[in-house]
Design a protein around this ligand. Structure first.
Ligand code: FMN
Length: 165
């Protein structure tokens, strides 16, 4: 079965998560590397969804919203996405309550269809950000230091659930 990990990232967390998911599927769950495509929506938007046995979607949250490329990918392909198994991960630095609210930003049909849906925590590599994003982050974290708050156990559980489904 082929897996697609489809994401867009600004600060690094969603991208690193995509790579971790791929590594875990390969090293811990015996999925062949040839059967895992990691797709950055900044580089490739025309994806043949129906060739995959599962699509894993990943986005960060920016000023309360998902990445615009992920949002438009989901909206443009919703009908097709509902025909294959979908999983969703969200990278954010919000509280559990914030995360609940971020879910409301996705189409209800997608949320009903997707499993698992997980919040991986977040990451910020300042040098990846443009000047505006740096200013926003500085005002949120009150610091210029990179943030590494990905929840590795949550990622492991997410991948295990997918591999065992
Ligand atoms: C410009 C900017 C705005 C952000 N706004 C929010 C926010 O509103 N809520 C939140 O929980 N996290 C926020 N974050 C944290 C990101 O969701 C977190 O860094 C996540 O890892 C982003 O995904 P990415 O690293 O793949 O870009 C923000 C980060 C940046 C860079």
């Amino acid at each position: 079965m082929k897996y697609a990990i489809i994401y867009a990232s600004k600060a690094g967390g969603t991208e690193q998560s995509a790579k971790i998911i791929k590594d875990k599927l390969f090293f811990e769950h015996q999925v062949s590397e040839d059967d895992i495509d990691v797709i950055d929506l900044k580089k490739n938007k025309s994806i043949q969804i129906s060739q995959y046995g599962r699509c894993i979607l990943g986005t960060g949250i920016y000023v309360g919203k998902p990445h615009k490329l992920v949002k438009s990918f989901v909206n443009d392909n919703l009908k097709t996405l509902l025909q294959v198994p979908i999983s969703l991960y969200i990278c954010s630095l919000g509280t559990d309550k914030d995360n609940e609210n971020y879910l409301k930003l996705f189409p209800k049909q997608l949320l009903e269809h997707a499993s698992p849906i997980s919040f991986f925590g977040g990451m910020v590599i300042f040098k990846r950000l443009n000047i505006f994003a740096r200013l926003i982050m500085k005002s949120i974290t009150k610091s210029k230091k990179d943030v590494h708050h990905l929840k590795h156990q949550v990622i492991s559980d997410f991948v295990k659930e997918i591999a065992e489904s």
